[in-house]
Design a protein around this ligand. Structure first.
Ligand code: ZN
Length: 198
């Protein structure tokens, strides 16, 4: 099993539960409709990786992540929800499941986690080769983290060590070979962690 770091411990998440379309401006940039109920999908433990394994058509989505213990958010981080966008569009058009586009090996790049008391005020910034490409905060989320925990647990069951990827703000794009990303987790402008990945 693959692991993530939290307070010098290694934790092997059973699954990563993700929400699509949680930021209005990102919904518009992909030409999607605002869904009447949240769109969820799951990445398996085997999706976790610590570097980009480049392939054609790979797109980045920078997201705030949450670590669950005893049914609650205990820590936050950042990550890249890697997506094969053309494959996803093809599957969506046919009404087919998204796993090939979202749950493939190496599709979840996850930072170490930092303990938090509250998700209020959290924000993410994503830099691609030093240039700011994405920026968003929990204030802009349609479905807030408390709701996600409750709803995802009710539907899928959240176990200790499971991770939530809370959706991406606008500014997603295609990855070029050799791209490097720096993701920052902030609270009210204060830097909580930086995650560099390439
Ligand atoms: Zn995403």
């Amino acid at each position: 099993m693959r692991s993530v770091k939290f307070e010098n411990k290694l934790i092997a998440p059973c699954k990563i539960v993700c929400i699509g379309r949680n930021f209005v401006e990102h919904i518009y940039e992909l030409g999607n409709e605002v869904p009447s109920e949240p769109v969820y999908f799951i990445k398996p433990n085997s999706a976790i990786a610590d570097a980009i394994n480049y392939q054609d058509g790979l797109h980045y989505e920078a997201e705030i992540t949450f670590l669950i213990q005893n049914g609650c958010i205990v820590a936050a981080g950042v990550g890249l929800d890697l997506t094969l966008r053309e494959v996803q569009s093809r599957l969506k058009a046919k009404g087919l499941p998204w796993e090939r586009a979202k749950a493939f090996r190496g599709s979840a790049l996850l930072s170490p986690f930092v303990a938090i008391d509250s998700w209020q005020g959290l924000a993410i910034e994503a830099y691609r080769n030093g240039k700011l490409v994405q920026k968003g905060s929990v204030d802009l989320m349609i479905h807030k983290p408390d709701f996600l925990v409750e709803d995802m647990d009710r539907i899928f069951g959240l176990d200790d060590g499971d991770i939530i990827m809370s959706g991406t703000p606008k500014g997603v794009g295609e990855i070029a070979p050799g791209d490097r990303f720096e993701l920052k987790l902030l609270r009210d402008e204060k830097l909580l962690l930086t995650f560099s990945v390439g």
